[in-house]
Write a protein that binds this ligand. Structure first.
Ligand code: DGJ
Length: 737
């Protein structure tokens, strides 16, 4: 088309361009691949030259024949390349935009062209279909398979690719995306996140302008520290909780990622998402397969609330480890003792665990290392022998004492890392990621072990396996990861240094898979010096994650609010700690909106405070299924007013738990207006009871009043927040006739 067009005069050419227009070459060839979910459709089509294009991604049409008519509805400017809407854009042939894949062939040639060959559809589970589309270079024996796993009920799609070739020598992959999408709308808006330690999940929303906006990480290990891969795109205007179109996207990858959002000259949005190719050119031998991780996305036309409920359901059904199982409430000793403890002190904390009424005691950092005892964060990491001065009778004595107190026992590890001041570092400097000829650079006084090396993988596995072998009733692991990768260099990878970032993460997943093979369901918390590492690939191995070391409840309201868009409450560990000046009730109420835990000195609680915590834990026990498995409706955004409100409603719409938090302490602030509920049964009748009341206080909310669901959703209920009632938890119960 382009050669025909360029021979014309400018005016004639422009007119012809309108005619050739938006999706040139989209003449039907019979190879339309409609991938439909309950409400959406992602439709691919091979054009007459077998270029695989995205024909449509939007609301599902009642008549699938309509997808072929979509291109005619657009009158956009000329498309010079014919591959702007490519389903997997190759570099070096006719493409002029950001590629999904770029390679150097065995003969040094850097061009790639990919044409449709075939596709299959497989029902891999009820309501889950896997589409596989095979693309082939017409000149080189180079193949890409695109995979789309379509979760019909949740409107979720996972996309990834497999790259292979049969050339005469190795091919270098310079870019290797998981997914490539193409959206049309009058304008596009983006919400993405940035952060740092104790400041995770800070949102930013802006209109996408022409050019490329890149979300990425080059940190290697705690990849999300400055920027997570989760984001939202609004085709049109920013969606609200209840209205508007929104795409949620995220990489399922715990290492460097790169997401390019390119608003092209035709005003369409191209999304290219995958592992980061930064310093990561990958040499692929003939007949080897390079599999990219999945990019998960979903499109909702009913706002952010609908999108996150679907993502939560998908996560619980298919991704999060033990997504329909239970979770343990716990008492952690990190802030209570830091590194300063011994057996006697811990015996006391085990008693406190029972007294408080939580399920488990979690022993944090500081229990190991002898030559260089772990009495601070400068030494001992990597030496996993129990510290004989602090714990002369070993971990098993603590596990036994936990059982005597009728509580479970869990333990902290950080097995991917090493302090230079450690026996491990002395013995195996070749296991450490470091540039041998350069000055070492530390992050929290530590370095990262080289998980691309199978011997290191075995060592890390052994750390966990030994703990379980020696203490079969160990009930919980907190897996920390505090350092980023500086001076990336692997002694093991020798002349393939550019594989390190990728092989590191693959090595980590090997270890985690092996752990899960042997210990399928033991709860494990994914922690990374706060919230530096969470994604849906990692959450296949972990039951929960630690959002931030910042447990100031005021800050947590905002962070938990943002995390709640992408991760279900049962996976979000919230602890009550000494951070923040707010009263204990406020802290407990805030932590209760996710997976509840404590990290306090129980012995310092006043009698009334202890009674309050015990009572709150009983409420939590009664309501945790609703919080963990229920549908979340975010009702009042703390960034848009003086308070936050959200409610979880169980599947039968019989019970709801509403959390309300005042975030503005100025004179007279509160909730002057009622908050409209969502998700209740309009025809049902409900009572509303305030729970988590401090001993000796009463609630202004009348527990005997009965409201219809219709009333509660149209008029609402007032939690009666004031500066003296800064947090209010309400339980909705359907009245049985
Ligand atoms: C960082 C974690 O986020 C904390 O909760 C704690 O486990 C420390 N590491 C221990 O060193």
């Amino acid at each position: 088309m382009i050669t025909t067009c360029t021979r014309k005069t400018l005016a004639a050419w422009l007119m012809a361009a309108w005619a050739c227009t938006a999706y040139p070459g989209m003449q039907a060839t019979g190879q339309t691949i409609p991938m439909e979910t309950r409400n959406t459709a992602l439709v691919l089509q091979a054009d007459d030259k077998k270029n695989l294009q995205i024909l449509y991604y939007g609301e599902k049409l009642a008549d699938a024949a309509g997808y072929a008519q979509v291109p005619q509805a657009y009158r956009q400017t000329a498309e010079y390349t014919g591959v702007l809407a490519s389903a997997y854009t190759p570099a070096g042939s006719r493409n002029l935009a950001e590629p999904a894949i770029a390679v150097t062939h065995a003969d040094g040639n850097t061009s790639l062209d990919l044409r449709y060959v075939t596709h299959t559809k497989q029902e891999v589970a009820p309501q889950v279909a896997l589409y596989t589309v095979t693309l082939q270079d017409p000149v080189y024996p180079f193949t890409v398979k695109l995979f789309y796993k379509v979760y019909t009920q949740e409107d979720v799609i996972e996309q990834w690719s497999e790259i292979s070739h049969q050339e005469k020598g190795p091919v270098v992959l310079n870019k290797f995306a998981s997914a490539n999408l193409h959206l049309k709308a009058s304008e596009f808006w983006l919400t993405h996140y940035h952060g740092d330690w104790a400041k995770e999940m800070q949102p930013e929303t802006s209109r996408i302008t022409h050019g490329i906006k890149t979300l990425d990480s080059k940190l290697g290990t705690r990849a999300n520290l400055f920027q997570p891969s989760v984001f939202m795109i609004y085709p049109g205007k920013p969606a609200t909780e209840e209205e508007g179109t929104v795409l949620y996207g995220a990489m399922e990858w715990s290492g460097n990622f790169r997401i390019d959002l390119e608003l092209d000259y035709q005003d369409n949005l191209r999304i290219v998402a995958g592992m980061n190719n930064f310093a990561s050119a990958y040499t692929l031998k003939p007949r080897e397969t390079f599999a990219t991780p999945a990019f998960v996305f979903l499109l909702s036309h009913h706002g952010k609330g609908d999108a996150s409920r679907k993502l939560h359901t998908w996560a619980r059904n298919y991704k999060l480890l033990d997504g329909h199982g239970t979770r343990l409430t716990l008492l952690n000793n990190w802030e209570a003792t830091y590194f300063d403890f011994n057996e006697q002190k811990l015996f006391g904390l085990l008693k406190d665990t029972k007294r408080l009424g939580v399920d488990l005691f979690l022993l944090d950092d500081g229990w190991f290392a002898n030559k260089y005892p772990r009495n601070g964060d400068t030494a001992g990491l990597g030496d996993w022998g129990v510290n004989r001065t602090k714990l002369p009778n070993g971990i098993s004595s603590l596990v036994k004492e936990a059982a005597n107190n009728d509580v479970k026992f869990g333990i902290w590890i950080e097995p991917e890392m090493v302090n230079p001041k450690s026996e491990l570092y002395e013995k195996h400097p070749e296991w450490v990621i470091r540039q041998p000829a350069r000055e070492e650079h530390y992050f929290r006084n530590q370095l990262v072990l080289d998980l691309s090396n199978p011997a290191v993988q075995q060592f890390v596995f052994q750390v966990v396996d030994n703990l379980f072998t020696e203490n079969p009733s160990l009930a919980y692991i907190k897996w920390d990861c505090n350092a980023v990768i500086f001076n990336a260099y692997s002694a093991h990878l020798k002349n393939q240094q550019s594989h390190l970032y990728i092989e590191y993460v693959r090595g980590l997943y090997n270890v985690l898979a092996k752990i899960r093979q042997k210990y399928p369901k033991v709860p494990m918390m994914l922690c990374s010096g706060g919230g530096g590492r969470v994604d849906y690939a990692a959450l296949q191995y972990f039951t929960e994650f630690w959002p931030s070391d910042n447990t100031d409840p005021l800050e947590r309201i905002f962070m938990q609010w943002e995390y709640s868009h992408f991760y279900p409450a049962m996976a979000t560990s919230n602890h009550v700690t000494a951070w923040g000046k707010q009263p204990l009730k406020f802290k407990v109420d805030v932590a209760m909106m996710g997976k509840l835990g404590f990290d306090i000195v129980v012995g310092e609680l006043k009698e009334q405070e202890l009674t309050f915590c015990q009572q709150a834990l009983r409420h939590y026990h009664d309501l945790k299924q609703v919080i963990w498995q229920g549908d979340l409706y975010r009702l009042a955004d703390p960034r848009q007013g003086s308070f936050a409100s959200l409610v979880y409603v169980d599947a039968t719409r019989a019970t709801g738990v509403m959390f309300n938090y005042l975030v503005n302490n100025r004179y007279g602030e509160g909730s002057p207006l009622p908050v409209k509920l969502r998700g209740l049964d309009p025809a049902a009748r409900y009572t509303v009871r305030e729970i988590n009341l401090l001993p000796g206080t009463t609630s202004p909310v009348n527990p005997d009043a009965v409201y219809t669901g219709d009333f509660l959703m149209k008029v609402g209920i007032n939690p009666q927040l004031t500066t003296d009632r800064a947090s209010v938890v309400l339980q909705f119960s359907k009245v049985t006739p």
